[in-house]
Design a protein around this ligand. Structure first.
Ligand code: GRF
Length: 224
């Protein structure tokens, strides 16, 4: 059972998907702490409703980013997370934070921070990915779960899901379609990490197949 830290600034529907998947036994782990930089974040309320510890580190007016991130590391480390999940955490993290949760023997050489991005990387990184996809005229949009490195949405890709862009879509309609897929793939990716099935070859993420219960045949990552 891995211990998961979730960082969220807003509504926390991805946090909720992770909480629900843990409760349903779909993730071999539990959310040990939810940290937010926004006092009124709905994500904090969701954590309290699920009896999960919370940490609030307000970021309004903060200028010393390394010092702020060092405080995040201190607060998170109290909860000894095996994996840090960014779920709508609206701050760029400094190299010091990324290093603090870098590869460890327990993570089989994989970084220990993952993020969900509402776009098909490497296209449309950064803010408002769905708005960018609409403005570009893309026919498909989607979402990406990836390991976090020091760039903006540049880390190795674990899994992606695709949705169509429909005629007349508003940003809200497309975002809602993408969000449904986010809630489906984020718990999957976290479970693969928890099962020790993820490995890195260069910047390619390998998802090892799981053994079928019989132990005889190999299954695809999507079969579990
Ligand atoms: C999601 O679209 C996520 O991909 C992005 O921010 C949004 C957060 O939504 N990083 P929620 O707070 O999980 O509802």
């Amino acid at each position: 059972m891995i211990r998961i830290a979730v960082l969220a600034s807003g509504g926390g529907t991805n946090l909720q998907a992770l909480l629900d998947a843990c409760a349903a036994g779909q993730i071999d782990g539990r959310v040990a702490v939810v940290l937010s930089n926004v006092p009124e974040a709905r994500a904090l309320a969701r954590a309290r409703e699920a009896d999960v510890a919370t940490e609030l580190v307000p970021s309004k007016g903060v200028v010393d980013r390394p010092a702020y991130d060092a405080e995040l590391v201190t607060r998170l480390s109290r909860h000894a997370p095996d994996l840090v999940c960014l779920a709508g955490f609206m701050r760029l993290l400094t190299p010091g934070f990324i290093r603090a949760f870098g590869p460890a023997p327990s993570s089989r050489g994989c970084p220990r921070i993952v993020n969900i991005h509402p776009g098909l990387l490497p296209g449309f990184p950064g803010l408002h990915a769905q708005r960018q996809a609409l403005a570009y005229g893309a026919r498909f949009a989607g979402c990406t779960v990836h390991f976090v490195d020091e760039g903006t949405d540049t880390g190795p890709i674990i899994v992606q899901a695709v949705v169509p862009v429909l005629e007349g879509d508003t940003e809200e309609e497309l975002s809602a379609r993408v969000l449904q897929e986010e809630h489906r793939i984020y718990p999957r990716a976290v479970q693969w990490f928890a099962q020790g099935r993820l490995a890195l070859e260069g910047r390619r993420v390998i998802v090892r197949a799981a053994r079928a219960p019989s132990g005889h045949s190999l299954r695809s990552p999507w079969d579990d």
